[in-house]
Design a protein around this ligand. Structure first.
Ligand code: ACO
Length: 375
């Protein structure tokens, strides 16, 4: 058996191989199946990137059109799930409701007993297609609002915004939102993807892996950071207040949400792309308050700690400017990452070996057992 050095948090440990995405901290780059995300954000759409992840190559026009219409056909969810959402406590956490939705969806999937590669691809496409309904229906129902049916004339991202807010976004907002989804699609063996891979490596199914992934993404050290970052910006309140706020937070050893990364120590390429978009959308919407506040937080963090923003920092104020409710930011991360999670689970299952690391035992040894009445 091979032995390896212990590394807390598995930092620096190679836990498997993949052909899906390449995080390259030396070059501050991120590639999906060999394509730089900068090129994908500039030229592609979320649907095309989802196809690339799941099928392994960029679609030609015919494949793209067929994939987009397949996603549209699969947008609805069973009425029983909608009825169950009506029974959940008001204002439930949207990530928890997403888990409920995915668990119920598993029961009605026509391929639930088929674990072949093609059946897994079909399940992946269904999950990608149905996430907007799961997220927006559960959210709207739990907040006492009517659900909004999908609109077949809209693409994946803009339809999500329509189903969430009840009004069609303009093309610029749709473009920025789609770009953020592309940036969120995948990121090597991040915690949620790894959780999904561990789960299916026991030969469990893709729905179970998705549930593991949603649970891992929810935490503020991972996907939950985009919500926490916006709450922080609201607390900071203004560019004038930002430097003192950060200095005070650092003095009390607080973590600044949306900053730092296990892999990138000299900049997250997704943050660079989205910060530029953050500046642009602020100008276009005539509201620079959050971008300016964020810029001072960023400069102070850089000066004091040399810690840079990650993808979750610019998305926080971009989504806020779009008028999206804060508690839906992490589900939006999931809306995009489901394409990455399912691709990784298919890759894992296509060439599976159980993921089962060792623990370094640090507890007592050979302790004498003392009967209960003598303790
Ligand atoms: N604010 C303040 N200090 C920080 C931050 C931060 N955001 N991030 C790291 N540091 C400091 C730590 O306090 C630590 O300092 P120390 O050595 O003096 O104790 C040092 O930098 C190393 O930090 P670790 O937490 O050990 O680094 P790790 O690689 O484990 O953490 C992580 C990476 C979890 C992302 C961390 O930077 C963090 O907690 N950031 C805030 C949460 C966040 O934004 N998460 C989103 C990540 S990206 C994503 O999931 C898409």
């Amino acid at each position: 058996m091979k032995t390896a050095e212990y590394s807390p948090g598995l930092e620096g440990i190679i836990a498997g191989t993949t052909t899906i995405s390449h995080v390259n901290p030396e070059r501050n780059s991120l590639m999906y199946r060999g394509y730089d995300i900068k090129d994908l954000v500039q030229n592609s759409t979320f649907e095309e990137v989802a196809y690339l992840m799941i099928r392994g190559h960029l679609p030609n026009q015919g494949e793209y059109d067929a994939f987009c219409s397949q996603l549209k056909q699969e947008r609805s969810i069973p009425q029983t799930i909608i009825e169950t959402f009506k029974t959940l406590p008001a204002k439930s956490n949207p990530m928890d409701m997403l888990k409920v939705g995915v668990a119920l969806l598993a029961l009605s999937d026509p391929d639930k007993d088929d674990d072949s590669h093609e059946a897994n691809v079909r399940k992946a496409i269904r999950l990608v297609a149905k996430f907007p309904a799961l997220i927006t229906y559960s959210y709207r129902i739990s907040r006492g609002q009517e659900i909004v049916q999908p609109d077949a004339s809209l693409g994946h991202g803009e339809n999500f915004l329509y189903m969430l807010l009840g009004k069609k976004p303009d093309s610029y907002i749709s473009h920025v939102f789609d770009s953020s989804l592309i940036c969120y699609v995948d990121h090597g063996f991040n915690a949620s993807t790894f959780a999904a891979r561990v789960t299916v490596s026991t030969l469990s199914d893709i729905y179970s892996g998705t549930l593991s992934a949603i649970g891992a993404l929810k935490g503020p050290l991972h996907g939950g950071a985009n919500e926490e970052a916006m709450k922080m910006l609201l607390e900071v309140g203004s560019p004038e207040n930002a430097e003192a706020w950060v200095l005070d937070a650092l003095a009390t050893k607080k973590k600044i949400m949306g900053f730092g990364h296990r892999e990138y120590k000299t900049g997250d390429p997704r943050a660079a792309i989205l910060t530029e978009m953050g500046a642009e959308i602020s100008e276009k919407l005539g509201d620079a308050r959050w971008y300016k506040t964020a810029s001072v937080v960023e400069a102070t963090m850089n000066r004091e700690k040399q810690i840079l923003p990650n993808v979750d920092f610019p998305t926080s104020y971009i989504y806020y400017l779009m008028g999206l409710p804060i508690e839906i930011y992490t589900p939006i991360f999931a809306l995009a990452r489901i394409a990455g999670w399912t691709s990784h689970m298919i890759e894992q299952l296509d060439n599976n070996r159980l993921i089962r690391p060792k623990a370094l035992y640090e507890g007592p040894q050979h302790v004498e057992y003392v009967a209960r009445d003598r303790r």
